[in-house]
Write a protein that binds this ligand. Structure first.
Ligand code: 5AD
Ligand code: SF4
Length: 452
């Protein structure tokens, strides 16, 4: 560990505010950024009005994500006029995609740092504080931020993200991630296990192992099933989740490992993207509808109570009415518990942007997306109704947003349950019988164990 007692710390109490957009990987990265800046003497704040340095950790996955961030940058530009000396930076995927362009024009910022350049942030901010600009958008084949202990910013103290790999080598035709996050690389298994253990010792009861494609994790001899097992072996009281799995790499070995350990959560996020094999081929997903359904069958056979969730894209290049119907039929066949659903958004630089025209008219895209959403609402509600009358072990995460007297937590299947507080506390496991539900939430009664 590096301890600097002699070197004057540049940050020396200056306040850092970070706003995070996009995926869970970004949430984890923000915790690394805060750790890097703290070492330099900066102090993290949640109040933007007292910040000396404002960083936006950004997302490029769809155009609307970038538009939102552009809007935010325009607002910050006004702040900067009123607060001379304020440093504004863009970090993450949009920084990587747009590079120096972000220094210019209406949004002109002071610092631009890509996802592999966070160790360099103190230097980049220093340059900006001296009146210059700081830019580093180099991607690395090795950077995993080993040796940096993330500063936990979530406040429940119960569940934490642990990033196990970075980058992506899959090159789905529509996706910008391989270009913004670079080559795939796995983090040292020993450090992943040590981080999870330390979280457990500090009261955390759930870790989510994160990567763009966790199934292809490999560090030396350790593959993903081995890693999950090692983390789950820390304690039966530690829940383990992971995201995201790629259907092409979802192995029986992983499913066997899950089935053998009850604290590996009964929830698999398995993005299908489409239910049509011809569409999946255009998307370069490297599996067919039949393969995907075979993986679902393999899950159900071993863990009948496992929740399955997905991502779906409506209106990708050349999507026919039949292909869209196949997506709807896949949804019915699987009966997803939950889904993230998107309209295709062409991203510059991707294979699709060069070779596959964005040719589904906007109104058809919108209509198809609405049909997908309507069906998923029905499937999700049905899935919740099936749980009514059943019992679940709920890990308490906090007080219910609606009612102080109620707690909210999750089942192993990752469904939110709200129930009366009683004497239970955040971080407890509580057995709850489900008594009712809405499309989004389960309601239940804690079961008091009788002594006889
Ligand atoms: N347009 C729409 N959705 C996209 N996704 C990725 N790229 C695009 C795009 N260009 C979706 C996929 C992925 C999720 C994170 O975002 O469904 O699984
Ligand atoms: Fe995450 Fe992808 Fe968005 Fe980057 S572009 S923040 S990897 S969702």
């Amino acid at each position: 560990m590096e301890i600097n007692t002699l070197r004057p710390l540049h940050g020396a109490g200056r306040k850092l505010y970070v706003e995070t957009y996009g995926c869970q990987m970004n949430v984890g990265d923000t915790e690394i950024v805060v750790a890097v800046m703290q070492r330099e003497g900066y102090v993290h704040t949640e109040r933007i009005d007292e910040a000396d340095v404002i960083l936006l950790n950004t997302c490029s996955i769809r155009d609307n994500a970038e538009q939102r961030i552009r809007g935010r940058l325009a607002e910050l530009k006004r702040c900067r006029r009123e607060r001379p000396g304020l440093v504004v930076g863009v970090i993450g995927c949009m920084a990587e995609r747009l590079k120096e362009q972000l220094l210019e024009g209406a949004h002109g910022v002071d610092v631009v740092a890509g996802p592999d350049a966070y160790r360099d942030l103190p230097r980049l901010v220093r340059q900006a504080e001296a009146g210059g600009k700081g830019v580093n958008v180099l991607l690395s084949a090795e950077e995993t931020y080993a040796g940096i202990a993330p500063v936990r910013l979530d406040r429940n103290g119960v569940s934490a993200f642990v990033s196990i790999m970075r980058g992506c080598d899959n090159y789905c035709a529509y996706c910008v991630v391989p270009y913004t996050r670079g080559r795939e690389r796995s983090r040292d298994a020993a450090t992943v296990v040590a981080e999870a253990r330390s979280l457990f010792e500090n009261g955390y009861r759930e870790v989510t192992l994160l990567g763009q494609n966790v199934n292809s994790y490999r560090f030396g001899e350790v593959g993903f099933p081995d890693l999950v097992r090692r983390v789950a072996e820390i304690s039966p009281l530690l829940r383990v989740r992971f995201a995201t799995s790629h259907p092409k790499d979802m192995s029986d070995r992983l499913l066997d490992t899950m089935a053998s350990m009850p604290n590996i959560c009964r929830a698999i996020h398995l993005p299908a993207q489409s239910g049509s094999s011809s569409m999946l081929a255009r998307m370069n997903r490297k599996y067919t509808r039949a393969w995907y359904l075979d993986r679902i069958a393999a899950i159900r056979q071993r863990m009948p109570d496992c929740a399955v969730t997905t991502d779906l894209i409506a209106g990708f290049s050349g999507e026919t009415a039949e292909e869209h119907l196949e997506t709807l039929s896949l949804m019915r066949e699987v009966g997803y518990d939950f889904a993230y659903m998107f309209k295709y958004s062409e991203r510059p630089g991707t294979f699709a942007s060069k070779h596959l025209p964005d040719d589904v008219p906007e109104e058809i895209k919108s209509r198809r997306l609405s049909e997908i959403i309507a069906l998923q609402n029905e499937l999700g509600h049905r899935s919740n109704l099936r749980d009514v009358g059943r019992e679940f072990e709920v890990l308490v995460e906090g007080t219910s947003k609606r009612d102080e007297r109620q707690l909210s937590g999750r089942t192993s299947q990752n469904k939110v349950v709200v129930f009366d507080r009683g004497t239970h506390r955040v971080g407890d496991y509580v057995r709850v019988r489900i008594t009712g539900c809405t499309a989004a939430t389960l309601f239940g009664d804690p079961i008091t164990e009788q002594g006889n």
